[in-house]
Design a protein around this ligand. Structure first.
Ligand SMILES: [Ca+2]
Ligand SMILES: [Ca+2]
Ligand SMILES: [Ca+2]
Length: 324
């Protein structure tokens, strides 16, 4: 303020000097003084404004240093750290995605391969047989994913006759599925080679096909599929080179049906065994009749001939499901 007062006094002295020397009028002098005062006031206003702005800046600085803002800064630091971590995760994820893509391609290539399977079985009358069958892995996997009949009821009560009929009638559809015709056809080619070389009768041909199916390993559903009952498509039984009674019966039904024989799946009334019947004049052993047609029994799990039946089932009723 002292500086400002000196500056005003100096200006006034200059004015007095100028006016006295040049002889300005009183009006001009008053106007100049008024202008001086106005400028003076303006300078004071600006100074006061500057002082208040400086005050505001100090306040803002203090505010920035309050605990809240400290927290915000910490959060910003954390955010920066997290962003770095996130970038790293994104990089890793992209690398993993690339690996998954490569594995998918590899899997695709594997799925496109075919598996060569060897079947060796001994017959007393026609010698040792060595067959090679090629099964495309994709076809086998498609069958593994295909729908199949399961007893999916919530209650454990016994099935009604209708339910039994509908459930097991659907097993026949597995035996007549057209997707495996080319594979069943190759088996029939092998059979026909033996038939031609040995000049087999129809009865011996049926016996020979039965020997092939009986040579497959008996495997329990629960141990191999973790289901109590798992009916296999013929291609699954061939690929796995084994199955239980219904699996091998379904496979035998698929082969004999394709060869033109009239066959039926036989389910014994206690539901603990399934076999195949063939409507062919055998005239000995065990048979069951369905709508006037006599089906002679073929047991796929042992090594017995057409007509032989486990003693337990000899006098037992059986559900008969013709395979068409
Ligand atoms: Ca078929
Ligand atoms: Ca079973
Ligand atoms: Ca099975």
């Amino acid at each position: 303020m002292k500086g400002k007062a000196c500056f005003a006094l100096l200006c006034l002295l200059v004015l007095v000097f100028v006016l006295s020397d040049c002889g300005v009028s009183r009006e001009e002098y008053d106007t100049a003084v008024a202008e001086m005062a106005r400028l003076q006031s303006e300078v004071e206003n600006l100074q006061s404004e500057r002082a208040s702005l400086q005050g505001a800046m100090v306040n803002l600085q203090e505010e920035l240093n309050t605990p809240d803002n400290e927290r915000i800064r910490k959060l910003q630091d954390e955010l920066t750290d997290q962003t770095v971590v996130l970038d790293r995760i994104l990089d890793t994820s992209a690398a993993l995605q690339a690996q998954v893509g490569a594995l998918e391609n590899e899997l695709e290539a594997i799925t496109d391969t075919a598996v060569m399977l060897h079947y060796q079985f001994e017959t007393s009358r026609w010698g040792e047989q060595n067959w090679m069958l090629i099964i495309p892995l994709r076809d086998y996997l498609d069958y593994r994913e295909s729908p199949r009949p399961f007893d999916n009821r919530d209650n454990d009560g016994p099935l009604t006759t209708d339910e039994i009929y509908h459930l097991f009638a659907r097993y026949c559809a597995l035996a007549t599925d057209p997707g495996d015709d080319y594979l069943i056809g190759r088996i029939i080619d092998r059979v026909n080679e033996v038939v031609t070389v040995n000049d087999l009768s129809n009865l011996d041909t049926i016996e020979f096909v039965l020997r092939f199916v009986q040579s497959l390993t008996y495997t329990d559903d629960l141990n191999t599929t973790s289901r109590d009952e798992y009916p296999r498509y013929p291609m699954e039984t061939l690929f796995d080179r084994g199955g239980d009674c219904e699996d091998t019966s379904i496979l035998l039904a698929a082969i004999l049906t394709e060869m033109g024989y009239d066959v039926a799946l036989l389910l014994f009334e206690e539901f603990d065994h399934m076999g195949l019947g063939i409507n062919f004049p055998v005239e000995y052993g065990n048979s069951w009749i369905y709508e006037g047609r006599r089906y002679w029994y073929l047991d796929t799990t042992g090594g017995q001939s057409i007509g032989w039946c486990p003693r337990k089932y000899v006098e037992t009723s059986a559900y008969v499901y013709p395979v068409r």
